[in-house]
Design a protein around this ligand. Structure first.
Ligand code: ADP
Ligand code: MG
Length: 342
């Protein structure tokens, strides 16, 4: 056997490290949408406007009225592992912001053209940085307090990845899904969405029940059951459907932990358990559920996309969710019987 001569070990250039990392964070336009929405929400925005062109493949343009970024901090915003959100391991364990890894903007900028325009409360004008010429250019700019990020031509510099993108329609529907998830969990913020310059959604600031109704529209199940249960520091609010209107497909299922959309085995199983006696096996309940618990009770640092979580005490969590939903289902069932007896 002939061994290949070993090549010298070299440190990868920063740009290539970001492109490799981007593979984990930026799977498709929708992942960019998710990261940028989370950043806007972390900045305290109460108004977020999202514009997409050609399913987000050509342009993702998001404007928020959040706190903005100081001009001299803009280069750090697009630097890998630079974040304003955590400072220490202890803060990581108590993290309440959506972001904390400090790599989304750097990753996105390494696989797309990006212009970041921002202004904070102290600044007299906005400042923008732009990498479309190949290097970052700084410029004084105009704009209100807040941030606008324009991401164009995703994967223009990595054609192999660009080929994996699907049709505009498919990419758009993934983007809309992330937009919907964010809108459901943040009724304190107005959201608007346009695609190819046609407005496709607008949700004004409201309370969580109205937001669920606004977002689900005709997909809101008939006789939706409103959930509002608390035990100690655990709280569960949201909407579940009565068992008899459950669907044949597992759509309209949204679960959140501390406002973060999650897919979690413990949560799913607890929901199934609550419906176990009343729901046919092949039917799926529609739900939008917001679980609130102390941040240190849940580890969100499991995967870069952060839709997976680990509970410190998953048994207690399972029991709380299952009991809370069983109670809500039972209360509704008995009130329905009472009304029909009237
Ligand atoms: P992370 O969100 O994990 O901190 P990002 O790469 O997404 O990392 O963002 C880097 C930093 O840029 C953030 O920590 C934040 O300080 C700043 N930033 C990004 N987007 C916004 C925004 N829309 N408004 C205000 N600051 C922002
Ligand atoms: Mg972020």
């Amino acid at each position: 056997i002939r061994l290949a001569p070993q090549r010298a070990i070299l440190e990868l250039p920063d740009h290539l490290i970001s492109q490799i990392a981007a593979g984990e964070v930026v799977e498709r336009p929708a992942s960019v949408v998710k990261e940028l929405l989370e950043n806007a929400l972390d900045a305290g925005a109460t108004d977020i406007r999202l514009r997409l062109v050609e399913g987000g493949k050509t342009l993702i343009d998001i404007t928020d009225n959040g706190c903005g970024i100081a001009a001299d901090q803009l280069p750090l915003a697009i630097t890998r592992h630079a974040t304003s959100k955590i400072r220490s391991l202890d803060e990581l364990e108590h993290v309440e912001s959506m972001g904390f890894r400090g790599e989304a903007l750097a990753s996105i900028a390494s696989v797309a053209q990006m212009r970041l325009t921002s202004r904070n409360d102290d600044a007299h004008h906005a400042t923008s940085i732009d990498n479309s010429s190949g290097t970052w250019q700084h410029q004084a700019s105009s704009g209100e307090v807040g941030t606008r990020i324009e991401v164009s031509h995703l994967y223009y510099n990595t054609p192999a990845r660009r080929k994996f993108l699907k049709t505009d329609g498919t990419e758009l529907s993934h983007c809309v899904e992330h937009f919907t998830r964010a809108a459901l969990a943040n009724p304190h913020c107005a959201f608007s969405l346009s695609h190819n310059d046609k407005v496709s959604a607008f949700y004004p600031v409201t309370d969580w029940q109205t937001r669920i109704q606004d977002v689900l529209g005709k997909n809101l199940p008939e006789h939706a059951i409103w959930v509002n249960q608390a035990v100690g520091e655990l709280q569960l609010v949201g909407m579940i459907c009565p068992p008899d209107v459950a669907r044949a497909r597992a759509d309209t299922q949204y679960a959140y932990i501390n406002q973060r959309f999650v897919r979690d085995k413990v949560v799913n199983h607890a929901i199934r358990t609550a419906y176990a006696d009343v729901l046919h096996h092949a039917r799926f309940p529609a739900y939008v559920l917001f679980l609130d618990c102390p941040a240190q009770g849940v580890d969100v640092n499991v995967h870069p996309a952060k839709t997976e979580v680990r509970f410190r005490d998953s048994g207690a969590m399972h029991q709380f969710i299952a009991n809370a939903l069983k109670k809500s289902l039972a209360q509704t069932a008995s009130s329905r019987i009472t009304t029909s007896n009237d």
